[in-house]
Design a protein around this ligand. Sequence first.
Ligand code: SAM
Length: 273
Amino acid sequence: MKDSHPLNNDPVYLRKYQYQDAANLEARIAIHKRFSTGKSEWNDFVFDLLELREGMRVLELGSGSGALWRVILGRLPDELTIFLSDFSLGMATQAVAGLTPDPRFHVLCQDAMALVFPPRSVDLVIANHMLYHVASRGLAIANISRVLCSGGRLVCATNGPGHMRDLDELLAEFEPAYRGMHAMSSSFNLENGEEQLRPHFALVELVMYPSDLWVTDAAMLAAYAYSTPLVKATISRARQQDMMDFFQQRIAQDGGIAIRKQTGLFLASKPLD
Ligand SMILES: C[S@@+](CC[C@H](N)C(=O)[O-])C[C@H]1O[C@@H](n2cnc3c(N)ncnc32)[C@H](O)[C@@H]1O
């Protein structure tokens, strides 16, 4: 299954430009952190679903700069072994800088399609918002299943097809050339993810994260827009100030900009031997 936008599955583009470092990702995380309407903060919501216990071996794929762990660090059991793994050297380097003084963390630069871990060597794999980037997802999911022990779990977050569409519509009003475009990836989403996990996992459950956005900062929203490959490709950087003014007008008129989200996590378990 190909993505709605080819750059979303292009490893060279992803490593060299989109995720060369954490800047694009951080512009997006900042909006969600500050303007989400949900009751619980995203990382707290994820933390509860991980069900971490003493002695567990955890592998996170596409871990970026390790942002999840920096938020939940104070709540981790003492005896964890956590492998953070990303195919971008820039991301892995930022994760090393932020987390490796803590002996529980080990950072690797590796592709999710070619995991170097022995069979049945980890208890939990986390793959949040990354499987839709993997060119050969079947291979990555087979690899995840191979490295998980009997009864092991995969936790993977993704979005639904309507996620952030309100922003696409706003951008199309601002720039007609953007009309009909959708920045979000569609190759592994809340609607088609389960059927891709099923061949390898006995049990697959979807847990939704109920939250939307109410944005009141025009500059942050423009920075978010320009962090996505589609906006970068369609709307010249020289128009960033115009975009901010356009967003600011809406905020002044309505008090804020409402953007609906669709985000959830698949919890998948391997059968017990
Ligand atoms: C959208 S970011 C998500 C980061 C983090 N998991 C989070 O939820 O905030 C996607 C991350 O996956 C990484 N990535 C994409 N394709 C990958 C692959 N085939 N193997 C390993 N990492 C990959 C990117 O470099 C990037 O850091």
